[in-house]
Structure formats: structure tokens, C-alpha cells
Design a protein around this ligand. Structure first.
Ligand SMILES: CC(C)=CCC/C(C)=C/CC/C(C)=C/CC/C(C)=C/COP(=O)(O)OP(=O)(O)O
Ligand SMILES: O=P(O)(O)OC[C@@H](O)CO
Ligand SMILES: [Mg+2]
Length: 250
């Protein structure tokens, strides 16, 4: 797919979006294709590929098999500089805005920049902010985690990301978190910016959580762990996508 940013914007004119995150570490590329196919049948709008740890050429192989077989966009959600593949349609080129380590703020991005430019994949510039509990990515990324009871903090980071020209802002509670991002926090970040696209993820497992995140102002609701936990991906994803569609109508 060519223009992923416009694909996203076109859907957002009508309704909110659901993306499925597939961690290439967790299964073979063939199994990843089965998951992606079932998720698409369940109504997901795109597949994100990434994990906080990456082994060998898992990203490359997973992106290749998906690009040969699925029609929705494949977007890299890189955990580090080795998570780039030209078989993807786009990359969330993200700065980890509440990391205390410059490597995650603009170091990894600079090291990966030549490869990203050479690969020719579409770049989706994004601010990435990790909220308590934060999970693996909070620890790996040396984050100053946002306290859950301070809902306004991410909104000023979202503003600064918008002023830097970033188009996307991601509120992350950590993969597999026991609690998703508080709805007030989502609402403040959405209201603080003019037309940034807000992603919300981490710990969203059921219709109610997906609905609340979308209703509060999330534009793109991301779920990953649920597809690893369920034995019926299509049914689970369709529960989530229906809840997100319902939130869009109200
Ligand atoms: C732009 C480029 C090339 C790199 C940016 C690198 C940055 C800033 C990364 C942020 C830090 C990081 C490790 C992000 C990982 C995000 C991610 C893919 C989380 C989900 O991964 P899982 O593998 O499901 O998490 P677990 O390991 O906890 O399962
Ligand atoms: O695995 P889950 O908890 O759905 O989180 C998805 C994503 O926000 C992780 O980066
Ligand atoms: Mg994982």
C-alpha cells in the first residue's frame, strides 16, 4: 500500500480505527499470517509489527509473508534499529519522549535514518509516551513513567510533538499491562492538539476497554496481547472492532 497516512485519515473521517500488533518474536511468520488474516476478518484496519526484543530476521520474514498475502497496511512499530524492513508499507518513526536516555529519544532514530531513507518506506513521525505500569517497554526504555493520576502530563508532550511536526502521538501503558491508559489522560491529550492522530495501547483486552479508549478520544486503538492469548482471533478482534465502531457512532 502506498499512502498509509491518507488511508488512516480517510477512515478517520468515518470512524475510529483498530490496529493489531503482532510481535514477530512470538510465532513463526506463517503463524503470524494466520493471525493477521483472522484479525482482518475480524475487522482490524492494519497490522503493526514490532516487539521490545527482536531475534535475527524475524521482522523481515514476517513482513515479507504478510506483504505477499494481505491487503491492509503493514506498519513497523520498531523496538530498536534492527526492526526495519522494506517489505513493510510504513514505519512509525518514533521518539520516546519520556525516556531519560537520549538513545531512545533521538539516538536509535539517527542510527536507523540512513536505512529508513534507503528503504523508501513511508515515514509516520510519532511521539511515544509510556504511562504506568509501563511493562517491558518502560524498563527497556529507561522511562520516567507518567503517573496514572496525572492525566494532564502527556497532553503537553503531545502539544510539543505537534509543534515539532509529528503527526502521531502514542499513549502506551505497556504491552500486557493490567490496566489500560486512564480515559481522562486520553481525553486531555486529544483536546490539547489540533489534528494529531492519537494512538492508545497497552492492556486493552475487551470490548469495554476498547470502547472507553475510543470514546475518550483515541483515534487508533492498538491491541497485541489478546491475539496471543485467545484461541479465536477472529471472534476476539471482532468484539474489539465492533466496540470501537460503536464508540465512533456516538
Ligand atoms: C525509529 C526507530 C528505528 C527506532 C525507534 C526505537 C524506539 C524509540 C523504541 C522505543 C522503545 C521500545 C523498546 C519500543 C518497543 C515498542 C513495542 C514494540 C512494544 C511491544 O512489544 P512487545 O514485544 O509486545 O512487548 P513485550 O516484550 O513486553 O511483550
Ligand atoms: O499487548 P497489549 O497489551 O495489547 O499492548 C499493545 C501495545 O500498546 C504494546 O506496545
Ligand atoms: Mg509481546
Amino acid at each position: 500500500m502506498n499512502d498509509v497516512e491518507n488511508y488512516i485519515k480517510d477512515i478517520l473521517k468515518e470512524r475510529k480505527i483498530h490496529f493489531t500488533l503482532i510481535d514477530p518474536d512470538e510465532q513463526t511468520p506463517k503463524e503470524a499470517l494466520e493471525i493477521a488474516t483472522a484479525a482482518i476478518e475480524g475487522g482490524t484496519d492494519g497490522i503493526m509489527i514490532g516487539g521490545s526484543t527482536v531475534e535475527g530476521d524475524d521482522v523481515e520474514k514476517t513482513c515479507k509473508i504478510l506483504s505477499d498475502n494481505i491487503a491492509v497496511p503493514i506498519i513497523l512499530f520498531p523496538g530498536n534499529i534492527n526492526s526495519v524492513s522494506s517489505y513493510a508499507d510504513a514505519i512509525f518513526f518514533m521518539s520516546y519522549v519520556n525516556s531519560t536516555n537520549p538513545y531512545w529519544i533521538n539516538g536509535a532514530q539517527s542510527l536507523a535514518a540512513p536505512l529508513v531513507k534507503k528503504s523508501g518506506i513511508e515515514v509516520l513521525p510519532m511521539g511515544y509516551m509510556v504511562v504506568e505500569p509501563g511493562g517491558t517497554v518502560g524498563w527497556v526504555g529507561d522511562a520516567k513513567l507518567v503517573p496514572r493520576n496525572k492525566p494532564k502530563i502527556p497532553s503537553i508532550y503531545a502539544m510539543s510533538c505537534e509543534l515539532f511536526g509529528m503527526k502521531f502521538f502514542y499513549l502506551e501503558a505497556g504491552s500486557g499491562a493490567d490496566k489500560a491508559i486512564p480515559t481522562k489522560m486520553i481525553a486531555y491529550s486529544k483536546k490539547a492538539t489540533d489534528d494529531m492522530i492519537l494512538l492508545v495501547g497497552g492492556g486493552i483486552r475487551d470490548a469495554e476497554a476498547a470502547y472507553s479508549a475510543a470514546r475518550a478520544g483515541g483515534d487508533i486503538i492498538v491491541t497485541g496481547t489478546v491475539v496471543e492469548e485467545t484461541n479465536n482471533v477472529k471472534t476476539k478482534i471482532s468484539e474489539l472492532t465492533q466496540a470501537i465502531r460503536k464508540a465512533s457512532e456516538e
